[in-house]
Ligand binder design. Structure first.
Ligand code: ADP
Length: 399
């Protein structure tokens, strides 16, 4: 606060602090002491506020700021004259409107709003709530800005929003889990129990028995797959899935996978094409690479009824890009951005033709992420899908 008034007081004959004629104006002297005390009290109160306070004119020139304001905006006492309130506003939207807000405040329309401001020194962005009022200071219209630091509140808000999102996601997952998994588990369980019951009949032929046992076995494998998928996804999510790196000849992996799936694909009347690039040795987790390719190929076989399934890799500068392409049913635009999320299934959802848990792609994504790559899909409904994933390239071997 300016101490200029002291100079004026001292000029009034007899009122100067050291004047021998002080006693000539005892009442005036008392009033001055009262005013001085009340000014000291006002300053103490202003400086005890936990909010920052500025008094400034409509050009943004600061007349007074309290300790909290100096602390929040990193402004030293001798720098106050050089700082303009506008220098502390970061939000462009508010920046353009601030003059209007100030003019309104002067006309008696006080305002409270939130904005992002910046500290004067290290330009730290500070979310704040500001309340603007007008006051008369030394006969001029001035503005009083009380600034509340919202950093903590914003942090809590963000944490709350994240927690709410997580809770909603968990709720969705719980419903999806119950809908998908209970259906997926009940079907093979019914198969196992039903055919085990049939096996109890004494008049079965050897062929019938063989068939029933085959069905029980298939259902058992399906159950095991579901349980394995659930175990894998929970291990990935809880961060306890480990990566075991070894040097791997990719072509050998592709030969193995081709031999594994060829009979099933041929049985469906589809062509399986293996399209590999130059022989490569990469350092990666063999089991996980095989699991990703297997998941993608199983889906391609499940969702393709005509045409071809092609899988292979191409070598890029820093990575190997794997692909699995099919000429199957494709994925709708609405679903495509969600297919890598847990328990998300296509529009066919409960169709018995396309059994599944909605976990295969999320496991594939989990593994590719762990191995330092990326996974994505291009697809068009009715025209087929192309899944791609990359793995970092660590070593190349000439043929
Ligand atoms: P699931 O196959 O058990 O349903 P996934 O996580 O493997 O679960 O796949 C999620 C969904 O993505 C599938 O339900 C399906 O709608 C879609 N999808 C995945 N692969 C293909 C594909 N090759 N062709 C068409 N749709 C696919």
């Amino acid at each position: 606060m300016s101490d200029d008034w002291k100079k004026y007081r001292d000029k009034i004959i007899g009122l100067g602090e050291n004047s021998a004629r002080k006693s000539y104006y005892p009442e005036l002297q008392d009033k001055i002491s009262e005013l001085e005390t009340s000014k000291e009290n006002l300053l103490t109160i202003i400086n005890s506020m936990s909010d920052a306070l500025f008094i400034h004119d409509t050009a943004g020139n600061i007349l007074l700021m309290n300790n909290k304001a100096r602390y929040l905006y990193q402004i030293e006492e001798d720098e106050i004259d050089r700082v303009n309130v506008m220098d502390l506003i970061f939000d462009q939207a508010i920046y353009n409107q601030i003059q209007l807000i100030w003019e309104n405040a002067i006309r008696g329309k006080s305002d409270i709003f939130e904005l992002i401001s910046v500290s004067a020194k290290d330009k730290e962005e500070i979310p704040v709530q500001i309340s603007i009022n007008s006051t008369v200071w030394n006969g001029d219209n001035m503005l009083v800005a009380v600034v509340r630091d919202f950093r903590e509140r914003k942090k809590y808000e963000e944490e709350l929003i994240a927690a709410k999102k997580k809770a909603e996601e968990n709720d969705r997952l719980k419903s999806a889990f119950l809908a998908n998994i209970s259906h997926e588990i009940r079907t093979p369980m019914n198969g196992i129990l039903g055919f085990a019951e049939l096996l109890k009949q004494s008049d079965l032929t050897g062929e019938q028995m063989g068939n029933y046992i085959q069905i029980i076995e298939t259902c058992g494998f399906r159950m095991l797959n579901i349980i394995n998928d659930l175990m894998d996804i929970s291990k990935i999510e809880s961060g306890i899935m480990t990566v075991t790196l070894s040097e791997l000849k990719i072509n050998e992996v592709f030969d193995y996978i081709y031999d594994l799936f060829k009979p099933e694909v041929t049985k469906k009347g589809i062509r399986l094409i293996k399209n590999t690039d130059i022989p490569l040795v990469i350092c990666t987790d063999k089991e996980k690479l095989i699991a990703v390719l297997t998941n993608l190929l199983k889906n391609a076989i499940k969702f393709c009824h005509l045409g071809t399934i092609e899988f292979g890799y191409t070598t890029k500068e820093q990575s190997v890009q794997f692909f699995v392409k099919d000429t199957g049913i494709g994925i709708s635009k609405e679903k495509i951005e969600h297919v890598f999320k847990r328990f998300i299934r296509g529009d066919h959802e409960m169709s018995p033709k396309y059994e599944g848990t909605g976990l295969g792609l999320s496991i594939a994504k989990g593994y590719v992420d762990m191995l330092g790559g990326e996974i994505w899909v291009d697809s068009e409904l009715g025209r087929g899908s192309q899944f791609y994933f990359t793995l970092p390239l660590t070593k190349t071997e000439e043929t």
